[in-house]
Design a protein around this ligand. Structure first.
Ligand SMILES: *[C@@H]1O[C@H](CO)[C@@H](O)[C@H](O)[C@H]1NC(C)=O
Ligand SMILES: *[C@@H]1O[C@H](CO)[C@@H](O)[C@H](O)[C@H]1NC(C)=O
Ligand SMILES: *[C@@H]1O[C@H](CO)[C@@H](O)[C@H](O)[C@H]1NC(C)=O
Ligand SMILES: *[C@@H]1O[C@H](CO)[C@@H](O)[C@H](O)[C@H]1NC(C)=O
Ligand SMILES: *[C@@H]1O[C@H](CO)[C@@H](O)[C@H](O)[C@H]1NC(C)=O
Length: 447
């Protein structure tokens, strides 16, 4: 990105010009001091006594002597006043020196504060934010003082540095009436998340409440039921009811997870069968582990939560992450009686290391993610999986040229062990596109 570099450059230039200014001031100072010293020297050196003793040999002419005395006294007088002037000059020079030293000190402090101009001060980043945003971000002093547990006496809100790159958006997001209803700005807020402002700061307002809310359908029926339209706020979505969401698979137009809201369609059969190719069966995957040892896990980008629903039927608890991309995905998952988490792929997974039995992800981890970021994501998945845990990478999309060159080495680098690997060409857009899918069952090795 260009702007931070420009910023660095201009900072450096500012520092340089301040340095030049300082040098110039220092030079003038030295000149002033030298001039003054020279004047003092002229007025105090012995030869300034313009009347050598030898002249006083002739005591006969007393009037001459008196005259001489008069002249000398006059000269003394002038000298004294000149000394006074000099003293005043010295005094002002002293003040100048002190002033310069103070300025040098300030300069030194500012240089020391930013030893590397890429390091930004948190307070600099908070500049221009509204008071509500500053309040939300912190820091807040701990009421009980220093905490040895965290090693500090203050805390910051957990908020991605990306937020501070989009200050105007953040300011807008933080504009609301405290204690009242929040603006319905889901789309705007989610866009901020997708840009990397994740997690978003907290707000002191209430989300709009659905009118005519009814209690959820009881389990296990809820797993395969469409919730009532009155259970959610429809403002952020193109569709204004579930019928519309279910029907939209039949009409042209691109939507994420276009047919996922129709639980009687493709969702019904997903992962129920193993075709020996890209489509792995859930039971076949589970069978690679000792019975009952797959208990908890995560589905990254899990659409409407069907993976979690099917796993729940097998007594496995799955947390599903999802974004609400023109559809109430999170609300829908929750209404099925499953746990949804509204997080994108840029965020560190909020699980402790070596804890999950399985991580599944379909269609979401693909070549749209920058390589470096994907590698961090894969390392994070590796981190949260327990030793012997499974990573089911389902339908990873990429180009044929990337498959063996980029992704296979990356997965090996992260340290996964291949249990199963199927690659297949995606032909719907033509063979010359060289588009591929691969599905992989990977294992985090037991040491
Ligand atoms: C000495 O100087 C004063 C005034 O400066 C003058 O009045 C006086 O006459 C002078 N005396 C001699 C001897 O020149
Ligand atoms: C500038 O700061 C550094 C580090 O704090 C210090 O060592 C140095 O003496 C300071 N220089 C001046 C001129 O104050
Ligand atoms: C659902 O919304 C669509 C428009 O999105 C509307 O045409 C339709 O009548 C609605 N259906 C119900 C049952 O409310
Ligand atoms: C799930 O757990 C319930 C209650 O413990 C049990 O009755 C059922 O057989 C289990 N289902 C599976 C598929 O293991
Ligand atoms: C990737 O490598 C495997 C074996 O090394 C090879 O069979 C396969 O054709 C390659 N795939 C692509 C898309 O190049």
């Amino acid at each position: 990105m260009g702007s931070p570099d420009d910023d660095n450059l201009s900072r450096k230039q500012t520092h340089k010009s301040i340095n030049d200014q300082t040098k110039y001031k220092l030079k003038s100072l030295v000149l002033i001091i030298l001039t003054n010293l020279f004047t003092i020297y002229i007025f105090t050196r012995p030869s300034l006594n313009l009347h050598p003793i030898s002249k006083y040999d002739s005591f006969s002419d007393s009037s001459f002597l008196l005259h001489e005395l008069n002249a000398t006294m006059k000269q003394l007088e002038t000298s004294r006043s000149q000394i006074i002037v000099l003293q005043q000059q010295l005094k002002s020079t002293n003040q100048l020196v002190n002033e310069l030293l103070a300025q040098l000190n300030i300069l030194n402090q500012s240089i020391n504060r930013t030893p590397d101009s890429t390091l930004l001060n948190f307070n600099d980043l908070l500049d221009d934010l509204s008071n509500e945003a500053k309040l939300a971000l912190g820091p807040h002093k701990l009421p009980l003082g220093y905490s040895p547990r965290s090693g500090t006496d203050e805390v910051y809100a957990s908020v991605g540095g990306g937020c501070l790159m989009y200050k105007e958006d953040l300011a807008q997001y933080m504009t609301y009436r405290v204690g009242k209803e929040c603006p319905v700005d889901d789309v705007f807020a989610q866009r901020l998340m997708l840009k990397g402002c994740e997690p978003l700061p907290r707000r002191r307002c209430h989300p709009k409440a659905p009118v005519g809310y009814v209690e959820p359908t009881p389990l296990p029926k809820s797993l395969w039921s469409t919730p009532p339209d009155t259970s959610i706020i429809w403002d952020p979505y193109t569709c204004k009811n579930y019928t519309c969401l279910i029907e939209r698979r039949k009409f042209p137009g691109f939507y994420d997870c276009k047919d996922c809201f129709d639980l009687q369609f493709r969702e019904k059969t997903r992962w129920q069968f193993d075709n020996g190719g890209l489509d792995f069966g859930m039971d076949q995957v589970m069978a690679t582990r000792r019975q009952g040892t797959i208990r908890i896990g995560l589905d990254i980008g899990g659409g409407t939560g069907t993976f979690a629903a099917r796993m729940k039927e097998r007594n496995v608890t799955i947390v599903t992450t999802s974004m609400n991309l023109d559809g109430p995905f999170n609300s829908f998952i929750a209404s099925r009686g499953l746990i949804s988490m509204h997080v994108g792929v840029s965020q560190r997974l909020p699980f402790f290391e070596n804890t999950l039995d399985i991580v599944h992800s379909m269609h979401i981890l693909s070549n749209w993610i920058p390589d470096a970021m994907l590698e961090f994501t894969l390392y994070d998945i590796y981190r949260v999986l327990r030793p012997g845990g499974l990573f089911w990478l389902d339908h990873f999309f990429c180009l044929g040229s990337q498959l063996n060159v980029t992704y296979v080495p990356m997965l090996e680098r992260v340290g996964f062990k291949k249990l199963r690997w199927n690659a297949g060409m995606k032909l719907d857009r033509g063979i010359d596109k060289n588009e591929w899918y691969f599905s992989a069952l990977l294992e985090k090795p037991i040491s």
